[in-house]
Design a binder for this molecule. Structure first.
Ligand SMILES: C[S@@+](CC[C@H](N)C(=O)[O-])C[C@H]1O[C@@H](n2cnc3c(N)ncnc32)[C@H](O)[C@@H]1O
Length: 330
């Protein structure tokens, strides 16, 4: 639900106040106790999109960027708190809109049974992975949320190790308690300052999270840094249409070669049609219905309309770090 944070940043003042009200009500759930107070709606700085100028992970961040991340952290801590307090909590591994196949070509190598739990969200992950060979790979999932990608990789692929990283301590606590495997690890961390040495991973995945990052140039450079030569970056998110050329230019400048580009907006909208209304039930009953519909991209919400009008586009990308410095990826 990137839209959640993303879209909230663009909400009018009254809607933002409603949002604060939404997750901060006295005694409404244990979320408040865990997160320590009201959610503050995240606000995006002008530098949110790529092209904001060079900044490396070694350079001190602007105060605006620090504040934006703090707001997102509080926000997702509250979201996780509400889920944890609900009966759905233990089964809620995913925080994305999901994917429903249409008549176009599908890329998932796995055929899911009709009644697979969280089928649409699992399918989104499988479409992002496509035919990329994950066997014996060291995988990093940035913005792992509640461990959905880790669950999918463990379920369907024989990866060597899987590392999840997320800004939200509540998300990481949930992952550590609910995805216990010898070759899986979760850590708190910032996508723009990945807490790993260079060239530690064969694959980096990133699902519906990057819209929250103040500086995508830095994020892309970080992904490139932690990948081995020849490594793959499997990436999906909802993006403002007019910003996409800048994102692609930034990825190319960092050194990536693009191998896959797909517009899956139709598939995501089909998923929102199917599941967004029922997902409301996983959150506090007293939440403002309009806010929840926007958060979940229910039909008729602003987020849904922006995707339907293609002002925003939901994309899948696969990039490759060249096998040798200065040479095209193989
Ligand atoms: C919409 S959720 C998606 C979670 C997961 N990828 C999924 O598909 O279920 C976005 C996640 O990105 C995380 N996030 C936001 N900003 C981040 C940052 N700067 N670094 C790492 N994670 C971040 C949030 O805490 C949240 O868990």
């Amino acid at each position: 639900m990137p839209e959640l944070a993303n879209r909230l940043a663009g909400l009018s003042e009254d809607k933002r106040r409603l949002l604060e009200h939404l997750l901060s009500q006295e005694g409404r759930s244990s979320a408040k106790a865990r997160t320590g107070g009201a959610l503050v709606a995240p606000s995006r700085p002008s530098a949110t999109t790529s092209g904001s100028g060079p900044q490396t992970s070694g350079v001190e961040e602007s105060a605006g960027s620090v504040e934006v991340k703090a707001n997102y952290q509080r926000f997702y801590d509250a979201v996780n708190g509400q889920l944890d307090a609900s009966v759905f909590g233990p089964f809620s591994f995913f925080l994305n809109y999901g994917y429903v196949p249409d008549l176009g070509p599908q890329h998932s190598a796995i055929q899911l049974p009709d009644h697979f739990v969280n089928k649409n969200s699992v399918r989104l992950m499988l479409e992002v992975i496509g035919n990329f060979d994950l066997r014996d790979r060291r995988i990093l999932d940035v913005g792992c949320g509640r461990g959905g990608m880790v669950f999918v990789v463990k379920q369907f692929f024989a990866a060597r190790t899987i590392q999840g990283v997320d800004l939200s301590p509540n998300a990481i606590a949930f992952c550590r308690a609910n995805h216990r495997y010898d070759n899986v690890r979760f850590d708190e961390g910032d996508a723009e300052r990945l807490p790993f040495e260079d060239a530690q991973f064969d694959v980096v995945t990133n699902v519906e999270s990057s819209h929250s990052y103040p500086n995508l140039d830095v994020f892309y450079a970080e992904v490139f840094r932690v990948l081995v030569p020849g490594g793959g970056f499997l990436y999906t998110d909802v993006m403002p249409m007019e910003a996409i050329p800048g994102y692609l230019a930034s990825l190319k400048k960092v050194g990536f070669t693009m191998e896959v580009e797909r517009d899956i907006t139709t598939n995501v909208l089909l998923s929102c049609d199917e599941v967004s209304r029922t997902r409301v039930g996983a959150f506090d009953a007293g939440n403002d219905p309009d806010l929840m519909h926007n958060f979940l991209a229910a039909p008729g919400s602003q987020v849904y309309d922006d995707m339907q009008a293609r002002r925003w586009s939901y994309r899948i990308y696969r990039f490759r770090k060249p096998a040798k410095a200065g040479t095209p990826a193989d």
